[in-house]
Design a protein around this ligand. Structure first.
Ligand SMILES: *Cc1c(COP(=O)(O)O)cnc(C)c1O
Length: 473
């Protein structure tokens, strides 16, 4: 569906400037800019045009930016793990849970990425959108038989690339489904390595008390390997470890490489089982606000992983495996802004003096739960105009019946911010729409992809009819 707006709306063509004068550009997608008339534009389409044509709140996805980020990941993995450099190949799988729709599947697939899924819904959508089953994975700590069945029967019975085994019980579950379908399953074992990372920090022996994976330390991972090797229906591809989220720097990834490869070498020694692959998960961080540390460039992360793989395999005297990664946030997070319409505004006197201006918008925790869920910080800017007014301290809040319904905790907005203005919140592409709910029976927003002056709906706004469809009258 293409509305073709933006190209003929008579507004001057934007100049290539950072949308906020003097602000860092990495908060905004590559084609987001401030037009000479003061409007924010994304993919060549002005904010006011988007609001008029598609309504608010709206997730606005910069498609060229998404294609670019997906290409960076796919190319970096292919190049740094190239056979010509003595490596065994590398792949990047997009973690679909960050945000999945058919358009995103097509864009990231075309850029050379595979897709990782974690439910029947995600797997069905990815396959329906045309993802190559040979580049699709299935995760989950509590897989349903139906999910495994679809995974093994996709691609005319050839099955998807890999299923990640998360527990001992799952070995028999997957084998039973494979037996029933008369096929074999390619599996990787999700390891609990003790390494946990986020921000600049990582811990090498984090608590084992969480639900994902099987422990290297207590021997459960070896038990799972033994069970897999006893099942003719299962082919063990290798080992997986996802160490966390919003990770800066490369040290944590390097530490994970060592633990995973040492485990792989142990399996080879003790079981005579050589495994061809390892997967190092996702977790590369992005910037959400102007005070966040600069994210580590993808190429630096990939090079650090490649160097560590080479070094550790050399030390252990093992073959070099094919290496994959599963970035989600760093692929889709920075591609998208949420456009909101400003409604009620009120000034609140703070304890100890001072005033905070509460600026309400027409969405909130139903389209972005991250501030309420993890205290995530965002920023916002006026999208329909520039203002010369002095800034005032604002809190952007939603329209839900929760005082924790905050979109942006603290942001300076011009003092003349008023009802009817448009606000843009950057970096909402990952875990925004994907975690959206119908709290207070708000309809889920529209997702619009902009590129080259054209805007297309890629996920329709939920209608009142759809919203009430399940209610039994
Ligand atoms: C969530 C998740 C990812 C993606 O994480 P990002 O922080 O979005 O890059 C990758 N792999 C697994 C197993 C995950 O659960």
């Amino acid at each position: 569906m293409s509305a073709g707006v933006g190209e003929a709306d008579g507004l001057p063509v934007g100049s290539l400037i950072c949308p906020e004068p003097g602000e860092r550009p990495d908060l905004w997608s590559w084609t987001t800019l401030r037009r000479p008339d003061g409007e924010l534009e994304i993919g060549g389409v002005a904010a006011s045009v988007l609001a008029r044509e598609f309504g608010t709140p709206a997730f606005v996805l910069d498609r060229a930016d998404l294609a670019g980020r997906a290409q960076v990941w796919a190319t970096a993995m292919a190049e740094e793990f190239w056979e010509g450099y003595g490596m065994a190949g590398g792949d990047a799988f997009y973690a679909g849970k960050a945000f999945l729709c058919s358009d995103v599947v097509r864009v990231v697939s075309q850029a050379g990425m595979g897709i990782d899924t974690a439910s029947l819904g995600e797997l069905t959508l990815a396959l329906r959108a045309g993802a190559d089953p040979a580049m699709v994975g299935l995760h989950g700590n509590n897989k349903l038989d139906e999910e495994i069945e679809l995974a093994l029967s996709a691609g005319e019975g050839a099955g998807i690339a890999r299923i990640f085994v998360d527990s001992l019980g799952e070995v028999e579950q997957i084998a039973a489904v494979a037996r029933r379908l008369g096929t074999r399953a390619r599996v990787m074992v999700r390891l609990k390595t003790g390494i946990h990372a986020g921000g600049n920090e990582y811990i090498a022996t984090s608590h084992e008390d969480q639900k994902f994976g099987v422990s290297v330390a207590d021997g459960s991972a070896l038990e799972v390997v033994a069970a897999i090797s006893a099942r003719p229906e299962l082919e063990l591809l290798g080992f997986h470890n996802h160490i966390g989220s919003q990770i800066l720097g490369t040290e944590a990834f390097v530490a994970a490489v060592r633990v995973v490869l040492e485990f792989r070498a142990r399996v080879e020694r003790e079981f005579g089982l050589a495994t061809p692959e390892v997967d190092l998960g996702g977790g590369v961080g992005i910037a959400y606000t102007g005070v966040d540390a600069a994210p580590t460039p993808v190429i630096e992360v990939v090079r650090a992983i490649a160097a560590a793989v080479r070094e550790v395999c050399g030390e252990l005297g093992t073959s070099i495996p094919r290496v994959s990664v599963e970035p989600g946030r760093s692929v889709v997070g920075p591609t998208t802004v949420t456009l909101y319409r400003v409604g009620a505004i009120k000034d609140v006197t703070l304890e100890g003096g001072g005033v905070r201006r509460y600026v309400s918008v027409d969405g909130g925790m139903s389209d972005n739960i991250r501030p309420a869920l993890y205290g995530a910080q965002y920023t916002a800017t006026l999208a329909n105009r520039l203002s010369g007014e002095a800034p005032v301290r604002c809190r952007v809040v939603g329209k839900h019946c929760e005082s924790g319904d905050i979109v942006v905790h603290d942001v300076d907005l011009p003092a003349d911010v008023r009802t009817g203005d448009l606000l843009a919140v950057p970096a909402t592409g990952a875990y925004g729409y994907a975690m959206a709910s119908n709290y207070n029976l708000l309809a889920k927003p529209v997702v619009v992809a902009c590129e080259g002056g054209r805007a297309s709906v890629v996920v329709r706004r939920q209608s009142m009819e759809h919203l009430l469809e399940l209610d039994v009258q």
